[in-house]
Design a protein around this ligand. Structure first.
Ligand SMILES: C[C@H](O)[C@H](O)[C@@H](O)C(=O)CO
Ligand SMILES: [Mn+2]
Length: 420
């Protein structure tokens, strides 16, 4: 679609939304300020750059063998840049600890330091973007079932050290970028069959986490979050970091909790957790993902789960209290396309929520007019949200509609095809 049409359609949409009491320019400004944290692990199928042959483990799995996986940090950064160029607004890059660069030297997880992320930090600075970080407590011989809740003190200490060092790396990133690096603590700890002493495991889990968090780091540099999970492959019967465990832990330690769209029973509403937790917590972290039958980490799409999640964020006026990150890894499709589809879907769900006549709906609800509430919610679904989206893309100099796909296909021919 050409620029003239995009602008004309936007003007029409603007009027239509204004009639419902919604200011489209305000919605666009709000969306412009949201930085989505784009996960590096979609770019290389969660393999990382450690000098090791260890495969992916920890109850998560990538499937597919699409050509063009990034094999080096330079390739990954180049792919990131391509994806950024096709997504409106400014985003963040989310790194796992095992995406360190060591010049061929084997550096153990309990030896990581900020210097191994120097290239990433310089790159981010050059692009004017910020970084987030994750300790990598999986895909390692010492992460066989339990890490922080292991009965083996040596194993626990190893991962505690990794957690501490990860926080130091994150803090350095936060200092250098001038805004907090969000660090997400997720660990595999769990078992295939039901344990008898769940209590002991959870006590160990909390004690180890306390050691990791012992050093007070300013929230200007680092925001800690802990991610719960229902189960993993091979860890079906018990997860030490269950929802109750992580929520209670986060609340009592004044850190954030992470809600991943794939980490709950399929009929459990993750959206409902936003208001439930923000009554008590300052901030939370969201992982947008799409589970198909299990936490399969399919690319997130504009489905009901995502729409409800973003609606809840906006209705709770919580945009500044919610960090949004992507978490999926699909190796069966072009990985840059995966990033673009998932990030744009997350933004579009957010835009739709921002264009909802929220104030009006709240008034109707207060007045007990649930009939009008239902009618207006239904009307909203067919409002010209896409015209506002296209304008947002145009304003950010990125392709509107599906034109971005041609660029990805070209990049596939020019760059990815050479990665044999
Ligand atoms: C690789 C990520 O840290 C991981 O996906 C985690 O966030 C998760 O959701 C595990 O299921
Ligand atoms: Mn996650």
């Amino acid at each position: 679609m050409d620029k003239k049409n995009i602008l004309a359609q936007y003007e029409q949409a603007k009027e239509q939304f204004a009639a419902t009491g919604v200011d489209t320019d305000k919605a666009i400004d709000a969306l412009q300020r949201v930085e989505i944290s784009m996960h590096c692990w979609q770019g290389d199928d969660v393999i990382g750059f450690e000098e090791s042959d260890q495969g992916l483990s920890g109850g998560i799995m990538t499937t597919g063998n699409y050509m063009g996986r990034a094999r080096t940090a330079d390739e990954l950064r180049t792919d990131y840049e391509k994806a950024f160029s096709l997504i409106p607004g400014k985003q963040r890059a989310n790194l796992h600890a095992f995406y360190l660069e060591t010049n061929g030297k084997r550096v153990e997880r309990d030896e990581i330091e900020a210097k191994y992320f120097e290239n990433w930090m310089q790159w981010a600075q050059e692009l004017g973007i910020s970084l987030d970080f994750n300790p990598s407590m999986f895909s390692h011989p010492k992460a066989d079932g339990y890490t922080l809740a292991s009965y083996d003190k040596g194993i626990r200490d190893f991962w505690i050290e990794h957690g501490k060092r990860s926080r130091a790396v994150g803090a350095e990133m936060g200092k250098r970028q001038g805004n907090p690096c969000v660090i997400n603590h997720w660990m595999v700890d769990g078992s295939k069959d039901a344990p008898v002493d769940r209590f002991a495991r959870r006590q160990l889990f909390a004690k180890s986490m306390d050691e990791i968090l012992a050093e007070k780091i300013s929230k200007d540099y680092l925001l800690d979050s802990i991610e719960s999970k229902l189960f993993g492959i091979g860890l079906e019967s018990f997860t030490a970091g269950s929802n109750e465990m992580c929520l209670g832990y986060a609340l009592t330690r004044d850190i954030m909790v992470t809600f991943d769209l794939g980490h709950f029973h399929p009929t459990e509403s993750v959206a409902d957790k936003i208001s439930s937790t923000l009554v008590y917590m300052d901030k939370i972290l969201l992982h947008t993902s799409r589970g198909v039958r299990w936490d399969s980490d399919h690319v997130v799409l504009q489905n009901d789960d995502l729409a409800l999640l973003m609606e809840e964020v906006v209705r709770a006026e919580a945009l500044s209290r919610v960090c949004i990150a992507l978490d999926f890894f699909d190796a069966s499709i072009n990985r840059i396309a995966a990033w673009v589809i998932g990030t744009r879907a997350t933004q579009r769900a957010l835009l739709s929520a921002l264009l909802e006549p929220t104030e009006k709906l709240k008034e109707l609800e207060k007045a007990g007019d649930t009939t009008s509430r239902l009618a207006l919610l239904e009307e909203h679904k067919n409002m010209p949200i896409n015209s506002v989206w296209n304008y947002f893309c145009e304003k950010n100099n990125v392709p509107a509609g599906s034109a971005w796909l041609d660029e990805v296909k070209q990049y596939e021919k020019d760059v990815l095809a050479g990665r044999i």
